[in-house]
Design a binder for this molecule. Structure first.
Ligand code: PXP
Length: 235
């Protein structure tokens, strides 16, 4: 089976830093540590309210790493302008609500084709690999392919929350990516315990994991945490 990449979302290093308003812990130091431990890429969500990651963090990480940087962002004019300036390896377009604690659901690509198609096109023209964060729903997958996105990231949150039938929905969605010619990523709420059935889906090429890994690192350190997740993801 094709190897599975791990993108580590380092947003919550910035959450802890911002709690005190200083510069510790430094997201760049975390990025370098997780890459040294075997992560395949760094994921950062530049939220419109900059509640954790800031523009300067993206700039610093992009300048310091050779590994792929995946910038999660809302499809707004401001964020698109910033992405075109930073030129990350990839952009994952996500829905964003100011009041949410985390990205609650997938992007409604089927309902917003006209607004999203030019954003996908502009980022692609700049050489950025575009991914759309969607629920494992056939209509969203088909719309993603129709507007020219090369990659989708399947929202695994409902599965991680133990909702009945969600694993089957994810499996069916992953299979459909192959039919539609989309590269398949997955993420949200994944842990050592619930990742294995997702790892077993042959279409999935990348997992993006944040909250659990950063939380677990409090107990065992970033290095051991990332190494263990990579072992869980070994095919
Ligand atoms: N993928 C996307 C698109 C996300 O928005 C998030 C959360 O920021 C994640 C993956 C990681 O989710 P978690 O922090 O629950 O592992």
């Amino acid at each position: 089976m094709i190897p599975l990449r791990l993108g580590v979302n380092i947003d919550h290093i910035a959450t802890v830093r911002n709690a005190r308003g200083g510069d510790h812990p430094d997201p760049l130091r975390a990025a370098l540590a997780v890459l040294a431990a075997g992560a395949d890429g760094i994921t950062m969500h530049l939220r419109e309210d900059r509640r954790h990651i800031r523009d300067a963090d993206v700039f610093a990480v992009k300048a310091a790493i050779a590994a792929p940087l995946n910038l999660e962002m809302a499809a707004t004019a401001e964020l698109v302008r910033i992405a075109l300036e930073f030129r990350p390896h990839a952009c994952c377009l996500v829905p964003e609500k100011r009041t949410e604690v985390t990205t609650e659901g997938g992007l409604d690509v089927a309902g917003q084709r006209a607004a999203l198609a030019p954003v996908v096109a502009a980022l692609r023209e700049a050489g950025i690999r575009v991914s759309l964060f969607i629920d494992p729903d056939p209509a969203q997958l088909e719309a993603s392919a129709a507007i020219g996105a090369p990659v989708v990231e399947l929202h695994t949150g409902a599965y991680a929350n133990g909702l009945p039938g969600e694993l089957d929905r994810l499996r069916a969605a992953a299979r459909l990516t192959a039919t539609l010619g989309l590269e398949c990523h997955a993420g949200h709420g994944l842990t050592f315990d619930n990742a294995p059935p997702v790892v077993a889906m042959p279409e999935v090429r990348e997992l993006n994991i944040g909250h659990f890994l950063i939380g677990e690192a409090i107990f065992t350190g970033l290095d051991a945490t990332i190494r263990r997740m990579k072992a869980v993801m070994a095919r």
